[in-house]
Design a binder for this molecule. Structure first.
Ligand code: ZN
Length: 221
């Protein structure tokens, strides 16, 4: 089975559409959370998630946008974007976000946003952090998001893979990041694709979203 693996779309419809275009041939797409927050098109991204039957878990921004997470944990710009997102959400979108689970177990892997020991908050940047989640894994493979940086950790037959940020990459490469996992070959391939960053930035300006969030898209930081 071929899976499209995405994470951290962050209301970036232009990036999301281009990534979906690249994933036309896969059997199932799964998302490791943070569909909304930062970007200008939360409802449109949620609509597309539902239309495409993408399986997703909740990220911290998804839960914050529906009042299920304390905003003190966010920095000022992220908080402003969360508040703006909350005001935009339709009842349907909000309901969809509220119903997202924190983890998902597929036939071949698990998915969580941050880590299995703290799904909404912990970042997995190091092997030590990865090892703590590996201890809790019921499958040999787990996909995560949250850091917006592609990463892969392997230890004692278990692997944790981050496909990077589709809608707000932070590894210095501004192209949308995502992956394709082939469960028969047990092979994950990372992909990057260009999208119309200027168009997203223009929408963000019109929505009066924080300038630093607009700027970072073009640097991938
Ligand atoms: Zn995120």
């Amino acid at each position: 089975m071929l899976y499209g693996i995405i994470a951290d779309i962050h209301s970036n419809l232009e990036a999301f559409e281009v990534v979906l275009q690249q994933l036309r041939q896969v059997d199932q797409i799964v998302c490791a959370g943070d569909m909304v927050g930062y970007g200008p098109d939360p409802n449109q991204c949620i609509k597309l998630m539902r239309e495409k039957g993408i399986r997703s878990i909740a990220g911290n921004h998804d839960k914050a946008a529906v009042g299920e997470m304390n905003l003190e944990w966010f920095n000022e710009n992220a908080r402003r974007a969360v508040e703006w997102t909350s005001e935009q959400l339709t009842g349907d979108s909000a309901q969809y976000l509220k119903l997202l689970p924190l983890t998902l177990e597929m036939d071949d892997f698990q998915i969580v946003h941050g880590s299995l020991r703290n799904p909404l908050e912990e970042y997995i940047f190091t092997l030590a952090e990865a090892a703590a989640t590996m201890e809790l894994m019921s499958k040999p493979l787990c996909f995560v998001g949250h850091t917006h940086r592609p990463a892969r950790f392997e230890y004692q037959g278990k692997a944790i893979i981050n496909p990077g940020g589709a809608g707000q990459p932070r590894d210095g490469d501004p192209r949308a990041s995502f992956g394709i996992y082939d469960s028969e070959k047990k092979e994950f391939i990372l992909h990057r694709v260009e999208y119309n960053i200027e168009r997203v930035q223009e929408k963000m300006r019109q929505a009066d979203l924080p300038q630093s969030l607009i700027d970072r898209l073009q640097y991938g930081r």
